[in-house]
Ligand binder design. Structure first.
Ligand code: FAD
Length: 498
């Protein structure tokens, strides 16, 4: 596991709280708060990337802070500990399983480099899953210790508002706890969406909330969706040797550069992932032997078809966790179309002392580093001497498909939409100083490469400056600084594009 983990290294008004079993329910609870005894400066709902960062920063600034976090088990019964999506059912287990798949490829290649590797090589899901799950549990523990060290009070309760300064939290045992605060930060993230209109979808399907916690191999898997979560999961499942099919309704990696997205998909296809394009599932039935029969429709021909799988994984998007917070009652506005909380540049909701950060907030990238930075900056604005706002421009990210895709800035489609085709060459402004608007890298270690270039883009790098940067040879990253704008943008996109 150590080797697996190494792969990742990579004065406000006071308020009152009290905690006790409340016989009188929420009404009784509300009355109780009025007679409360203790104060917190900040209450954070959600102990994930953003919430923990905000709570720890506020505590470091000398404030009295509480965090509430509660994981509602997935429809399949999967549950996990403190740390939120990234730690438990997102970035961390995903990257470890991606690494497991990459290692398989390296073992295959190893004999060309003189290593004698017994063939055929086999992958053991149980071993990998146990190691990944143990690593995640160690991170859960680490988060609890960090909170304790900083004197942040942690409550394992599911919170909802009862008034503008008070939340009521319910523990697994049913015990109710009241917490009230001067400032309240909502950082409740999101959960995978289920297509509940499809027969058998909820009963038999799993999501990214389950895949990393399966004790047994998922076997032959149908991944439904073409989001980055869908392609990443399909990529590592294929990479560890499982028969994997992706069923997609329309385009891959919506929101990302489409030229690069097609290359990601082509690479996956040439390495064994099967794709059912333009198809939508209509029904899932469980067969007597436990396998799943999936019926789908080809949207172009209207024809129906069926296939048999061991596992169906839905990766069709995420729903923000706002439904159970009783937001309407306290006047926190959400966007009715996507249920996300509407915030201003300072992360303030429609209620001045209630804030929202991370995946639950409208218009924010759904990424861990942005949630963490937003959380820290919010705490510094509230309790420090800072007025710094989070800058969401030029946020880099990477899709950990078998051939990784890293990007920062605009996609070509966005560059054209913002600036007009006539002003764009590659993803740079055509006129001097030829500002680089977006950089896209497809290749090994794309996250590491993109992280470095992201600083340049953030500093306003021009095309000429990128071209004057000396490459490191022999590397894949040097290809970025060797690209030349041709008369017809005839770059070789198989490695990089900027
Ligand atoms: C499969 C997958 C892979 C990903 N990979 C990456 C990646 O490689 N890089 C990257 O940057 N991002 C990645 N992400 C996205 C990243 O995980 C999220 O953007 C990030 O975790 C959001 O942090 P957050 O603080 O907004 O919410 P979360 O981390 O989701 O935390 C919210 C917490 O609040 C709790 N909660 C919810 N409601 C309540 C309530 N009423 N009371 C108490 N607690 C509550 C939740 O249980 C959860 O613990 C991935 C996501 C997924 C699903």
């Amino acid at each position: 596991m150590a080797a697996m983990a190494a792969a990742l290294r990579g004065p406000g008004r006071r308020f009152r709280w009290r905690t006790q079993a409340l016989a009188g329910g929420v009404r009784g609870a509300a009355r109780g708060v009025a007679a409360g005894q203790q104060d917190y400066d900040l209450l954070v709902i959600g102990g994930g990337s953003g919430g923990l960062a905000c709570a720890k920063e506020a505590a470091q600034l000398g404030r009295k802070v509480a965090v509430v976090d509660y994981v509602e088990p997935s429809p399949q019964g999967t549950k996990w500990g403190l740390g939120g999506t990234c730690v438990n059912v997102g970035c961390i287990p995903k990257k470890l399983m991606h690494q497991a798949a990459l290692l398989g490829g390296m073992i295959q290649d190893a004999h060309h480099y003189g290593w004698e590797v017994a063939q055929p090589i086999r992958h053991d899901w149980r071993k990998m899953a146990e190691a990944v799950q143990n690593h995640v549990k160690s991170l859960n523990w680490g988060h609890r210790v960090q909170l304790q060290d900083r004197k942040v009070k942690y409550f394992n309760i599911k919170a909802s508002f009862i008034n503008k300064h008070t939340v009521c939290g319910i523990a697994k045992s049913g015990k109710e706890t009241l917490l009230s605060a001067d400032h309240i930060v909502i950082a409740t993230g999101g959960r995978p969406r289920y297509p509940t209109h499809i027969e058998g979808a909820l009963e038999y399907g799993i999501t990214s909330d389950d895949i990393f916690w399966l004790k047994e191999s998922p076997g032959k898997t149908l991944v439904v969706g073409a989001s980055y979560v869908a392609l990443e999961c399909a990529g590592f499942l294929t990479g560890i040797g499982l028969d994997t099919t992706v069923m997609m309704r329309s385009i891959p990696l919506r929101g990302f550069d489409q030229q690069m997205s097609s290359l990601v998909m082509e690479h996956m296809e040439s390495h064994g992932t099967q794709f059912l394009r333009g198809c939508i599932p209509t029904c899932i039935k469980k067969l007597p032997d436990g396998q799943l029969q999936v019926t789908w429709e080809d949207r172009t021909s209207g024809k129906k078809d069926t296939g048999i799988f061991d596992t169906v994984l839905w990766a069709i998007g995420r729903i923000p966790e706002t439904r159970n917070l009783n937001l309407k009652e306290v006047g926190v506005n959400i966007n009715p179309e996507n249920q996300k909380i509407i915030v201003d540049a300072q992360d303030i909701t429609s209620v001045p002392h209630i804030y929202a950060i991370g995946d639950v907030a409208e218009g924010r990238p759904e990424l861990t580093p942005t949630a963490i930075m937003a959380g820290k900056l919010l705490a510094q604005r509230l309790f420090g001497q800072s007025s710094d706002l989070m800058d969401y421009n030029n946020v880099p990210t990477t899709v950990f498909t078998p051939l990784e895709y890293g990007c920062v800035g605009l996609s070509e489609e966005e560059a054209v939409a913002h600036h007009g085709q006539e002003h764009i060459e590659m993803v740079c402004l055509r006129e001097p100083p030829q500002l680089v608007l977006g950089l896209h890298f497809l290749g090994p270690n794309a996250g590491e490469v993109t992280q470095g270039f992201a600083l340049g883009i953030k500093c306003g790098a021009s095309y000429a400056q990128v071209m004057r940067t000396v490459g490191i040879h022999p590397t894949c990253s040097e290809e970025v600084v060797k690209l030349r704008i041709s008369k017809r943008s005839g770059l070789d996109p198989t490695v990089t594009g900027c």
